[in-house]
Design a protein around this ligand. Structure first.
Ligand SMILES: C[S@@+](CC[C@H](N)C(=O)[O-])C[C@H]1O[C@@H](n2cnc3c(N)ncnc32)[C@H](O)[C@@H]1O
Length: 280
């Protein structure tokens, strides 16, 4: 396994993924009842942008708090600023587990799974300060496999966040599809959020339709791309596929996604889309 998220941290896809994650958690927090946050591919939790300078320059570095209007973008930037204050370093960038852990209330819980033991240990260090105050468990192992043991959560409310590296693209796409079926069999009302790359239109569309068909329900897609969707750059765009989206998620996304695109797109032919794919 060669993938190292440290080389991509803070890129435009991370920004899109992390704003979406925070918006989903905000929606879950509208109710007092506790929930489980389950992440299958957690990473190390905190990253140094010196390892991903060029990608971050086209991502997080394009956003400035005084230039953002949407509440979701302002909240995301406030989280990034909080991490930097806490660790006294302006070069740091939070991964999804760090962002999610910061959102948990006393009644909420997190299970975070990471396959590489060294990354899992780094994650423990990144979350050490939060682990004392919040209910967080970190496991090292295969997220697709270990996810099952945590479902259904006794809380009967939860978000399963799936963010594989897609190193072996087709295999990960297939494993995500199976994992979604599995997760929904155990926990039919759970919210699932899956990140996917926009690289090749035919593969992407076939996978989305197949997934909706296999789970037998409609899925919501939120997409942002910076290059023509079928071009041969490494990553044209970033997509989030959401199953059982929280109430009014789609409407909220309509405003912050368009604004995010305006900040990030340097005019290479990008765009955004929010659409539903039916199981049919
Ligand atoms: C894209 S990164 C995750 C980034 C993280 N979600 C974030 O946004 O900060 C993917 C991570 O999954 C880990 N990984 C790869 N295969 C895995 C598997 N089968 N189960 C759990 N983790 C895996 C990699 O080591 C890597 O840290």
């Amino acid at each position: 396994m060669k993938y190292r998220h440290a080389h991509h941290a803070g890129n435009f896809a991370d920004v899109h993924k992390h704003v979406t994650l925070l918006a989903l958690l905000a929606a879950l927090k509208r109710k007092d009842k506790g929930f489980l946050y389950l992440e299958t591919h957690a990473g190390r939790g905190v990253y140094d942008l010196s390892d991903s300078a060029a990608e971050a320059a086209a991502g997080i570095m394009r956003l400035a708090s005084d230039g953002c209007v949407a509440e979701e973008l302002r909240h995301y930037l406030a989280c990034v600023a909080q991490l930097r204050r806490q660790w006294s370093s302006a070069r740091l960038y939070p991964g999804s587990p760090w962002l999610a852990a910061g959102e948990l209330r006393a009644q909420d819980r997190a299970v975070l799974i990471e396959r590489l033991p060294a990354q899992a240990r780094a994650l423990e260090k990144s979350l050490a300060a939060l682990c004392g105050q919040r209910r967080i468990r970190i496991d090292s192992g295969d997220g697709f496999e270990q996810m099952r043991a945590a479902l259904p959560p006794p809380e009967r409310r939860g978000l399963v966040f799936i963010d594989p590296p897609y190193e072996e693209s087709r295999r990960d796409l297939e494993r995500v599809r199976t994992a979604c079926c599995d997760a929904l069999r155990r926990f039919p009302t759970g919210v699932l959020a899956i990140w996917y790359p926009i690289k090749d239109e035919r593969t992407g569309a076939g996978w989305q339709a197949g997934l909706a068909r296999d789970i037998g329900r409609e899925v919501l897609l939120g997409e942002l791309w910076l290059y023509p969707r079928d071009s041969r750059v490494a990553l044209n765009g970033s997509g989030m596929l959401i199953v059982n989206p929280p109430y009014r998620m789609e409407e909220g996304m309509g405003s912050w996604l368009a604004e995010l695109h305006r900040h990030l797109d340097a005019g290479h032919g990008g765009g955004t889309a929010i659409r539903r794919v039916a199981p049919g």
